[in-house]
Design a protein around this ligand. Structure first.
Ligand code: ACO
Length: 402
């Protein structure tokens, strides 16, 4: 006889919920999603309003502090972030330990985790000032570190940040410029990059954010927690999807071949899925996907790219899938990643950098969620239970008798 209270606590209740499809692991005041209606709000503001009217740093301030900044607060915040954009010179050496063909996400997991070895004055999670500095450092240094990951893999010299440039503009400058050929993105491209960052800033308790919270629940330092989030984001079912979308569009190759791939996506004996389609929470059009599609047109127009082959395939694929009973019935709509890969490719990013850009933008969401958790007086270490399905108790057999 098993005393269930000993196993499952005083209540005797135990929830078995693989994939956490209906279990809330925390309460949070940061992001609201209504998946059936296709609504996403940060601190009460609709994502559409934020994407159209704010810049990324304003959204960072909002996520971190709970309110949009006034003009003075915005100015101060921008100054604080730009103050922290440089990375320690020893950290720059860290990159050279990687192979040149390393995936930039592998580099990011390593170097972001290593930040805690460089910034000892922002690892005391119980000091509010240190928590704040850690958040500012992470937001400020991610573009520098992401651009360095790219530069390392293409064998070009690192570019130092320019604090007179905007957040997205500076990132593009560090990524695509060289000391011999400085690169200055057009305002339209900088704005598009900034908008992509806003659209990825937070999305409540997805796999990577839950990972950050779980790592942080043991009071690990914030840099280590964000590194764990980057690792969780890497997978193609999560942040790696935009890379996977582009690979899929390349594999499809032409509009004529779409029906063949739709058929494969519906075949239960085939592991193929339409990448960029479906979402655990949205059972309607992802509101970010609509803004991403608009941004896609703006960027292609700015770059003078006409008849982009991937865009033609993506649009036709979306049209066919949205009319197909399989996708309609399962409520599978394009998600935020469906169009972002086309934009990023047009801007000149290799596919291996797509998830890095997602991590850069999501860092503010991760650190805001981490901060909210640490500041909750009721915070507990995360410790999921399990349903044991292994061998029952058995007698030990000494090695000689096995
Ligand atoms: N193509 C074809 N069928 C799909 C797809 C798809 N993209 N997504 C889900 N389905 C089907 C499943 O086969 C399943 O069918 P069944 O009920 O007959 O078994 C049903 O829809 C439900 O799918 P689940 O995997 O159970 O749904 P879940 O909520 O666990 O998964 C996920 C959501 C992982 C996003 C899934 O839709 C998927 O793999 N999509 C493709 C990858 C992708 O685009 N990921 C990005 C997500 S957004 C982000 O992370 C930023």
């Amino acid at each position: 006889v098993i005393d269930i209270r000993k196993l499952y606590g005083e209540t005797g209740y135990f929830t078995f919920d693989p994939g956490f499809t209906s279990t809330a692991a925390c309460d949070s005041a940061i992001t609201y999603i209504d998946g059936d209606e296709g609504i996403l709000r940060h601190r009460g503001y609709a994502i559409q309003d934020l994407a159209r009217n704010c810049d990324f740093l304003e959204v960072c301030y909002l996520l971190l502090n709970g309110d949009l900044p006034d003009a003075q607060q915005k100015d101060d915040f921008e100054r604080t972030i730009t103050y922290h954009t440089m990375v320690h010179e020893q950290l720059a050496k860290f990159y050279s330990g990687f192979r040149r063909d390393a995936h930039p996400m592998a580099i990011m997991v390593g170097v972001v985790g290593a930040l805690s070895a460089f910034y000892h004055d922002s690892t005391d999670i119980f000091d509010p000032l240190q928590r704040k500095i850690a958040a500012h450092r992470l937001i400020a240094k991610m573009p520098t570190m992401a651009a360095m990951a790219y530069k390392y893999t293409v064998g070009e010299p690192f570019m130092y940040p320019r604090n007179d440039l905007g957040y997205a503009e500076n990132f593009l400058y560090m990524t695509f410029g060289t000391p011999c050929e400085p690169y200055m993105p057009s305002p339209i491209l900088s704005k598009a990059m900034d908008k992509i960052f806003i659209l990825h800033a937070d999305h409540e308790q997805n796999a990577s954010t839950s990972t950050v919270r779980l790592a942080g629940s043991s009071h690990a330092n914030p840099f280590a927690c964000i590194a764990s989030g980057i690792a969780a984001l890497w997978g193609p079912a999560h942040g790696g999807a935009n890379e996977a979308v582009l690979k899929m569009l390349e594999e499809i190759g032409s509009v004529e071949r779409i029906p063949e791939f739709i058929k494969r996506a519906k075949d239960k004996n085939d592991n193929f899925r339409l990448m960029g389609f479906g979402h655990r929470v949205y059972k309607n059009y992802d509101p970010r996907a609509k803004i991403m599609r608009e941004t896609c047109y703006e960027v292609l127009n700015e770059l003078g790219i006409k008849d982009e082959p991937h865009l033609a395939i993506a649009m036709e694929l979306e049209k066919i899938a949205l009319e197909d009973p399989y996708f309609v019935e399962k409520k599978l709509y394009p998600n935020v990643d469906f169009y972002s890969g086309i934009i990023l490719k047009a801007m000149g990013f290799p596919t291996s950098m797509f998830t890095v850009l997602f991590a850069l933008a999501r860092t503010v969401g991760w650190i805001s969620q981490w901060k909210e958790m640490i500041e909750d007086p009721a915070q507990k270490i995360g410790r999921p239970r399990q349903l044991y399905t292994g061998t029952p108790a058995r007698e030990f057999v000494p090695l000689a008798r096995r």
